[in-house]
Design a protein around this ligand. Sequence first.
Ligand SMILES: NC(=O)c1ccc[n+]([C@@H]2O[C@H](COP(=O)([O-])OP(=O)(O)OC[C@H]3O[C@@H](n4cnc5c(N)ncnc54)[C@H](OP(=O)(O)O)[C@@H]3O)[C@@H](O)[C@H]2O)c1
Length: 261
Amino acid sequence: MSWMRPLGGTGLIISALGLGTVKLGRDKALKYPGSFSIPDDRSAAALLAQARDLGINLIDTAPAYGNSEERLGKLLAGQRGDWLICSKVGEEFEAGRSRFDFSPEHTRRSVHRSLRRLGTDVIDIVLVHSAGDDLRIIQELGTLQALEQLQQEGLIRAFGMSTKTVEGGLAAAALCDVVMLTYNLNAQEELPVLDACADLGVGVLLKKVLASGHLARQFQDPVQASMDLVFAHPATNAAIVGTITPAHLQANVEAVRRALG
Ligand SMILES: NC(=O)c1ccc[n+]([C@@H]2O[C@H](COP(=O)([O-])OP(=O)(O)OC[C@H]3O[C@@H](n4cnc5c(N)ncnc54)[C@H](OP(=O)(O)O)[C@@H]3O)[C@@H](O)[C@H]2O)c1
């Protein structure tokens, strides 16, 4: 399997590993095993340059990741063409707490704000940042329809949903270009969603592939075991792994390349 691959039927060609950027913008109310310091501009720029040199072209951010979008807008200035950017709508993180708004009006405002923050005129992928009630969001709130409209207007290239339930993942797969879901050594409940995405040819981005850093201790090399697991499934287009540690970034790329054979 090749490192660069199509994201479902979106027409986007992504690297098998994407860089998650929560830790570039937010250090509060997270479930990582240890505390950390948000990297300064110099370290963040070096991390992005390292990612690009290692062949990564996919970067994942969100309005709920503190100032991650604004920082990326500045840090990626002049190299926008080298990257495919995935951002989200629906979750806001303010004064240390999340609040959610999935209304079509907020969705439009949020995408326009992300365009400004990222300093771009089109966002490659926008996902609904689910609060957990996936099915209600999909069936009752009109968020996906608002994203489809923004896609028709040319402001986003592909849309989808980062889901938290099997039912939500299955419903999203039927309606979206891309589904982002959790799949790792500790959590495989969402396997039916992966199977459905493979059947439908829907793009799949995996989150929490390293269980947010709570690595399974029973494996001699848990990073390799994680990548072997997720890339054994034919639906997996990319693993989005969050890291601010250069050695981890290097190790993750090597592990994905080995998993791909
Ligand atoms: N849409 C959503 O609802 C949603 C939810 C969660 C996450 N996400 C996205 O998915 C990305 C990944 O999720 P995540 O950050 O929760 O989980 P993750 O990628 O499974 O784990 C990230 C954690 O693992 C550590 N790590 C990374 N590589 C490692 C290595 N080789 N060895 C040991 N530890 C390593 C990182 O620490 P270091 O920084 O020290 O490497 C970080 O604390 C996020 O950044 C975000 O972009 C989306």
